[in-house]
Design a protein around this ligand. Structure first.
Ligand code: PMP
Length: 292
């Protein structure tokens, strides 16, 4: 059975959920989106995702035609119509239909859609044994050019990185900025564990402020760990005790090899497993309820 999709105020079968070839989301990657998970009948951190979506939209001068409350209801109702209590949700707002020029002023109405489905970013085996990353030549977008804090539909920078990593035989890409500081992976944030401290790059470096990232920092602090947002480079990664990635789609995944060097023992570490446990606990009841 096909999915029911929310599209511009209506719930339609997936065959009918189509957008125009003149939509600037397609023509120019002009728009913003969110990837969200529902666990155990709750939409995890939904408020944070909605706020980030509306902030991305504000920065790119995209006027979302419905309120944040209506958007929340659209997400919940999409899940209900598909009878889903656990899901991966893709919420998208594009600039809408325009002409063949890039001027967004010629796009009178944004397109809004929500897909509730599932996703598996990496094979199960990698969640147990850890994945391998390589540093890629593609640098993360400069914040002054295309700010990674905006979760825009323009993902070519990340796609380049992912392709490079896969072509090199690794599962994920380590992305640096112009100065060689570690920024993030192609679609996940990065964490190191060193001498019991949790370290992740600061948002102003030019990365997506991941909601899973913020949640993991919260979990770590609650466990009494020191959490530092600071700059680091590849030397720090190679010499970390542990390394892992976070994202709504990826959840938490250990990284055990970077550029051919084993990280720590070369196996997922103790801190990783405790943070994962803490994260799993939170997912049980955070966020609005789908079915009352
Ligand atoms: N960085 C990038 C580039 C991403 O696309 C994502 C989301 N897939 C993340 C980090 C993780 O963000 P979140 O935890 O909010 O999903």
């Amino acid at each position: 059975m096909g999915l029911i999709i929310y599209l511009d105020g209506k719930y339609v079968p997936e065959e009918e959920a189509v957008v125009s070839v003149f939509d600037h989301g397609l023509l120019y990657g002009d728009g913003a989106f969110e990837g969200i998970r529902a666990y155990n009948n709750h939409v995890f951190k939904l408020q944070d995702h909605l706020e980030r979506l509306y902030e991305s939209a504000r920065t790119i001068c995209l006027q979302i035609p419905i309120s944040i409350e209506e958007m929340q209801e659209a997400v919940l109702e999409t899940l209900r119509r598909n009878n889903l209590r656990d899901a991966y949700i893709r919420l998208v707002v594009t600039r809408g239909k325009g002409d063949l020029g890039l001027d967004p002023q010629n796009c009178p109405r944004p397109t809004v859609f929500c897909i509730a489905s599932s996703i598996q970013l990496y094979p199960d085996e990698l969640y147990e044994n850890g994945l391998e990353m390589v540093t890629v030549a593609t640098r993360r977008n400069l914040p002054e050019a295309c700010n990674p804090r905006v979760k825009s539909l323009n993902y070519l920078n990340s796609i380049y990185a992912k392709m490079e990593a896969k072509l090199a035989g690794a599962g994920e890409a380590l992305m640096l900025n112009q100065e060689g500081y570690v920024v993030e992976a192609s679609g996940d944030n990065i964490f190191l564990v060193k001498n019991g401290k949790l370290i992740t790059p600061p948002v102003y470096l030019g990365l997506l402020e991941g909601i899973t990232r913020n949640t993991v920092m919260e979990v770590a602090r609650a466990m009494g760990m020191v959490v530092e947002e600071k700059l680091f480079n590849r030397h720090d990664v190679y010499n970390a005790d542990e390394c892992f990635l976070t994202g709504s789609a990826a959840e938490l995944i250990p990284c055990v090899r970077v550029d051919g060097r084993p990280i720590g023992t070369g196996k997922p570490g103790e801190v990783f497993w405790s943070l994962l446990k803490g994260f799993r606990e939170l997912t049980k009841e955070d966020g609005p309820v789908i079915f009352e």
